[in-house]
Design a protein around this ligand. Structure first.
Ligand SMILES: [Zn+2]
Length: 479
């Protein structure tokens, strides 16, 4: 049996280990920095498999790593996530909105299959290293709080990931692809204004309104929006608008701001200007402003040489296999999608890849059953990921697999409802096979890392990484 067949059958033979793990994490549905049961379960499984486990790495209680192998060969890292989203509690396997616990959390971003799929890859490669006797090391990184915490950016700041040559990861999806090499850099901070309360009618002159300051800050930022790069975004939310009484000059108001831009350097300079606007608003209203950095994540540094290694593995494994049973469930789920949502996978093919021919091939499908090409076209719209910071310090690539019905939106109840489905399980195992084959390819041919490292070095030379996290900042561990 070739090593490739060996890896694929190892994952198939042990499939219940990975699917049970993913289903258990789905049940726990723990949110950012509170993934105690999830992290403990991973650590125990890794220890049982013979990995050397370190808990609480990078200053984060729920971050961990499991290492296996020797230091005399290549070292490949796997990035696993396992946090859930607040407010998305939802029964599995049903086609209607049905929370298990109203207001509870749920795995709307598929991080239950995320961590377990990467674990399948790590275990398969461990098995391969033992069978082949090849030198080398694998490290499974358990990365908490991707949602709303940017866990990996804190881990990078604390010195994690320095023990590996490159890292492989993925994200659950409704498409089979090596993911778009684009994510926006993001910085988030709160601005707390403090003034003086007083009677709004009888003594308005004695009051200093924090609410006025917050409104002036929002207006200032509104004018700033004309003067930022096209693809930059500035979002805000009122965390505290003072109070519910109109007859009081509001002494407290807090705003949350998120600044995104294709490059961290731009995000940083917009951020500086937003800070100045906050100071200006405080000056205008004779209030005080206290700014607190919340979190940040960098844009993705692409590595096409590493993408190519993973893509070849993906071609060997093929897209996620689909059965009639999967199609029946997907058809019912898709009936709950709005007209806006339907067709979004085709739009990805048209907008990102400029490929109408491929869009036509999936138009009438309930589940995407093809592997998208490895072509780079600049994406128009996107979000941010803390994988960005890891990709800034070493070569990283990520794939997506079709684990959900076509057009399924992440962060939706429909994604939670599909999180324990046979398709989600197969997508996760497909990911495990692809990433394991790619890692084994590196151990078989260590020279393949040379162009990967060269490409990284060149990119670093053009733009070295500076952590977006200010020195001395601490992650906000509670909600
Ligand atoms: Zn996610």
């Amino acid at each position: 049996m070739s090593y490739r067949d060996e890896i694929i059958s190892y994952i198939e033979d042990n499939r219940s280990l990975f699917t049970d793990l993913s289903d258990q994490i789905w049940e726990y549905a723990e949110t950012k920095f509170e993934e105690f049961k999830s992290a403990d379960l991973y650590c125990r499984i890794l220890e049982k498999e013979g990995f050397a486990v370190e808990r609480g790495i990078g200053g984060l209680q729920t971050a961990f790593k499991g290492t296996f192998g020797t230091d005399d060969g290549p070292s490949v890292g796997f990035l696993g996530e396992f946090d859930a989203l607040p407010g998305l509690s939802q029964e599995a396997g049903v086609c209607e909105r049905k929370p298990i616990i109203p207001g509870g959390s749920g795995h709307g971003c598929g991080h239950n299959i995320f961590g377990a799929g990467v674990l399948a890859a790590a275990f398969a490669v461990k098995h391969y290293l033992q069978e082949s006797g090849k030198p080398g090391k694998i490290v499974y990184y358990g990365c908490p709080a991707e949602e709303g915490g940017s866990g990996k950016a804190w881990m990078v700041k604390a010195g994690c990931f320095r023990d590996i040559d490159c890292a492989l990861t993925w994200h659950p999806s409704s498409m089979n692809l090596v993911q778009m090499p684009f994510a926006l850099a993001s910085i988030q901070a709160t601005f707390k204004f403090t003034g003086l309360s007083s009677h709004a009618a009888s003594a308005p002159e004695k009051g200093r309104s924090a609410l006025d300051a917050a409104e002036l800050m929002n207006i200032g930022v509104q004018f700033l929006r004309e003067h930022i790069p096209d693809k930059a975004r500035v979002h805000y939310a009122f965390l505290d608008a003072g109070g519910r009484t109109a007859n009081v000059v509001q002494s407290d108001a807090t705003l949350l701001y998120q600044i995104r831009s294709p490059k961290m350097s731009d995000a940083r300079s917009i951020y500086e200007r937003v800070i100045n606007i906050a100071k200006g608003a405080a000056l205008m209203t004779d209030t005080k402003v206290e700014m607190q950095f919340d979190r940040a994540c960098s844009d993705l540094r692409t590595n096409h040489a590493l993408d190519k290694i993973v893509y070849e593995a993906f071609e060997t494994v093929g897209p996620v296999p689909v059965t009639e049973e999967d199609i029946v469930f997907a058809r019912e789920i898709r009936k709950t999608f709005t007209a806006d949502v339907k067709g979004s996978n085709e739009n990805t093919l048209r907008e990102y890849y400029r490929r109408d021919d491929l869009a036509d091939r999936i138009r009438d499908k309930e589940i995407v059953d093809i592997l998208f090409p490895l072509e780079y076209v600049f994406a128009e719209k996107t979000a941010s990921t803390d994988v960005g910071d890891v990709s800034q310090i070493l070569p990283v690539t990520q794939i997506g697999t079709a684990d959900y019905a076509k057009d399924t939106q992440l962060h939706s109840w429909q994604a939670v409802a599909q999180g324990k489905s046979p398709l989600a399980h197969k997508g996760m195992l497909t990911t495990g096979k692809v990433l394991a084959l790619a890692a084994a390819d590196i151990f078989e041919h260590p020279e393949k890392l040379t162009p990967v490292k060269e490409e990284f070095a060149k990119s670093w030379e053009a733009e070295p990484y500076v952590s977006p996290i200010p020195d001395g900042a601490e992650p906000r561990l509670t909600k």
